[in-house]
Design a protein around this ligand. Structure first.
Ligand SMILES: NC(=O)c1ccc[n+]([C@@H]2O[C@H](COP(=O)([O-])OP(=O)(O)OC[C@H]3O[C@@H](n4cnc5c(N)ncnc54)[C@H](O)[C@@H]3O)[C@@H](O)[C@H]2O)c1
Length: 312
C-alpha cells in the first residue's frame, strides 16, 4: 500500500485525482494552501500549507512514496498578476522538490509549452512558450529531467472531476457551455486556433495507471485536438437555439497547437475515457439545476479571483 501525497490536491484537477486514488488501496494525503477555498471537507487526510514553506512540507515528503505535484498558479492571466510569486511557486518550488525528494514524482505540465505551431506536436517538438505560465512549467520540467519523474503535458481540461472541488469556469469548454446555457449566445474570437482537450477525470486515470510503474519523462495527454470554431458548433448539438457569434477581432491568446498522445498510448496504454459531449452535459447539468449560485463569481476564474485578492 503506497503513500501518495497530492500537493495542490484541493484544486480542480486534484479533486478528481484524490477521489480516484482514495477509492483504491492507497494511503492519501492532500497538502494545499487553499488559495481558492475556505475549507477542505473530504474524508482524506489534509494538511494546510504552502509549498513555499518548505519546513511544513518536508515531513509529508518524507512520508510519501509518490508525490503528485499540482500546486501552481494556473493560467496565463493568473500568472501575470504576480510574476515573482509565479516563478517561486511554479518553478523554484519544483527545483527545490527535485533536490530534496528522491521518491517518485508525477508532475503536471501543460501543452501550452508548445505555443503556436502548425503541425501535430509530439514530446520532441520544439517548445515555444508564449506566457510566463508556460515558461515556468517548462523550466520546472527541466528540473525534473533525469529524476524518477513522470511529467504529463496536459491539454486544456474540461468537465466535472468530483463532487466538492471548485469548478473552473475559465477553461474553454466549461465557459462556452455556461454561456450557451445562460445567455444562449457564444462568441468565438478568430476560431481557427486548435486546442488539445481532455476531461479532468482522464488525468486522474493516467495518474492511477502510473502509481506503480517506473515510466519517466514527458508525455502529452489529450483526447482530441479541436478547432475552437468546431467546438462552438458542437455545443449546438446540446443547445440547438444558441447564436454563435464569430468575430475576426484579433484574439489575444495566440496559442494554437495540436498534439499527439501516441507515446502515452504506446508506453502505458493510455486511453481517454471521457468525451467532450460528456463534459458539456456535466456543465449543463450544473447550470440548469442551479447547482452554482452565482456563475459570475470571481471564484470560478483563477485570474479574476487572484486579481480581486490582490486588489488589482
Ligand atoms: N486545468 C487545466 O486545464 C490544466 C491544463 C494543463 C495543466 N494543468 C496543471 O494541473 C495542475 C492543477 O491545475 P488545476 O486546474 O487543478 O488548478 P487549480 O488552480 O484549480 O488548483 C491549483 C491548486 O494548487 C494550490 N496551490 C496554489 N499555490 C499553492 C502553494 N503555494 N502551496 C500549496 N498549494 C498551492 C491551490 O490552492 C489549488 O488547490 C497545475 O499544475 C496546472 O498547471 C492544468
Amino acid at each position: 500500500m503506497k503513500n501518495v501525497l497530492i500537493v495542490g490536491g484541493a484544486g480542480y484537477v486534484g479533486g478528481a485525482i484524490t477521489d480516484l486514488i482514495f477509492s483504491k488501496s492507497y494511503k492519501v494525503r492532500v497538502f494545499d494552501s487553499l488559495l481558492y477555498e475556505d475549507s477542505y471537507r473530504k474524508e482524506v487526510d489534509f494538511y494546510y500549507g504552502d509549498v513555499l514553506d518548505r519546513k511544513t512540507l518536508e515531513p509529508h515528503l518524507k512520508w510519501a512514496d509518490v508525490v503528485v505535484w499540482l500546486a501552481a498558479i494556473v493560467g496565463d492571466g493568473a500568472c501575470q498578476l504576480n510574476p515573482d510569486l509565479t516563478i517561486a511557486v511554479n518553478q523554484e518550488s519544483v527545483k527545490w522538490l527535485s533536490e530534496n525528494y528522491s521518491g517518485r514524482i508525477i508532475f503536471m505540465s501543460t501543452c501550452s509549452v508548445y505555443g503556436a505551431q502548425d503541425k501535430e506536436l509530439d514530446e520532441l517538438s520544439p517548445k515555444r512558450p508564449l506566457s510566463l505560465y508556460a515558461s515556468t512549467k517548462l523550466k520546472a520540467e527541466e528540473y525534473l529531467q533525469n529524476k524518477n519523474a513522470l511529467i504529463f503535458r496536459l491539454g486544456t481540461l474540461f468537465g466535472v472531476g468530483d463532487l466538492y472541488s471548485r469548478i473552473r469556469l475559465d477553461l474553454v469548454v466549461n465557459i462556452l457551455t455556461v454561456k450557451a446555457s445562460t445567455v444562449g449566445k457564444i462568441s468565438v474570437f478568430g476560431g481557427e486556433q486548435f486546442r488539445p482537450l481532455l476531461h479532468v477525470k482522464d488525468v486522474a486515470n493516467a495518474v492511477l495507471m502510473n502509481l506503480e510503474t517506473e515510466h519517466a519523462g514527458v508525455f502529452n495527454l489529450h483526447r482530441q485536438n479541436v478547432r475552437i470554431r468546431d467546438l462552438a458548433y458542437q455545443l449546438r448539438n446540446h443547445f440547438p437555439d444558441i447564436t454563435i457569434e464569430e468575430t475576426e477581432m484579433p484574439f489575444q491568446d495566440t496559442r494554437n497547437y495540436r498534439v499527439s498522445s501516441k507515446k502515452a498510448q504506446e508506453v502505458f496504454g493510455y486511453k481517454s475515457l471521457h468525451s467532450i459531449d460528456e463534459g458539456i452535459d456535466e456543465l449543463k447539468f450544473l447550470v440548469e439545476n442551479k447547482r452554482i449560485k452565482n456563475l459570475n463569481s470571481n471564484r470560478y476564474s483563477n485570474q479574476a479571483y487572484l486579481q480581486e485578492l490582490e486588489g488589482k
